[in-house]
Write a protein that binds this ligand. Structure first.
Ligand code: PNS
Length: 164
């Protein structure tokens, strides 16, 4: 049986921290579905769903067992539909823990077969978040240490376009 994992998120936009977690998950599972949340509940995304998927595909190019898709609705249901064994998420600092723990327990109730696995983020990405990438880029800062080089110009241009 193929061992399938899902790396879910907003990816608005994908960062080097996300790429690190997804590529490590791809070594542990036969197939990894990177599932991009289509409709944000409160905040409106800076990048459209198509843009976020395109950036992820470019950033993950070369990892053969990874698929990038958009998803709507409950993650627990989507995982069932795709026969996924686990959700794989990165844990940065203690500040992530409570929210992630709440989501993991909620998903466990909704889909008891589904495990949530947390990978410790790599030390150099401890501080990294999509929100800060957007803030730094919008203020003209250098984001080359935060996003993959192959998408750097697209992300920079897009954020300048939004915030100028
Ligand atoms: O990158 P994010 O914003 O932390 O990702 C959050 C995400 C997409 C994993 C979460 O919002 C989610 O799973 N949304 C789908 C709706 C759902 O299943 N909600 C109940 C789980 S708590």
């Amino acid at each position: 049986m193929e061992r399938i994992a899902i790396c879910p998120g907003s990816f608005d936009p994908v960062t080097l921290g996300h790429v690190d977690i997804i590529s490590r998950a791809a070594k542990m599972f036969d197939h990894v579905i990177v599932a991009v949340l289509i409709n944000f509940s409160k905040k409106s995304p800076s990048f459209s769903i198509d843009e976020r998927i395109d950036l992820l595909k470019r950033a993950l190019h070369g990892i053969n067992n990874v698929e990038v898709v958009g998803f709507n609705g409950l993650l627990a249901d989507y995982a069932k539909e795709r026969n996924a064994l686990a959700l794989v998420k990165g844990l940065r600092a203690v500040s992530d823990f409570e929210y992630e723990f709440q989501m993991a327990l909620t998903n466990k109730i909704l889909n008891p077969e589904l495990e949530t696995i947390f990978l410790t983020t790599s030390a150099q990405y401890m501080y990294l978040s999509s929100s800060f990438v957007k803030q730094v880029a919008s203020l003209g800062g250098d984001i080359s240490s935060f996003v993959p080089e192959c998408i750097l110009e697209t992300v920079k241009d897009r954020l300048l376009h939004i915030y100028q």
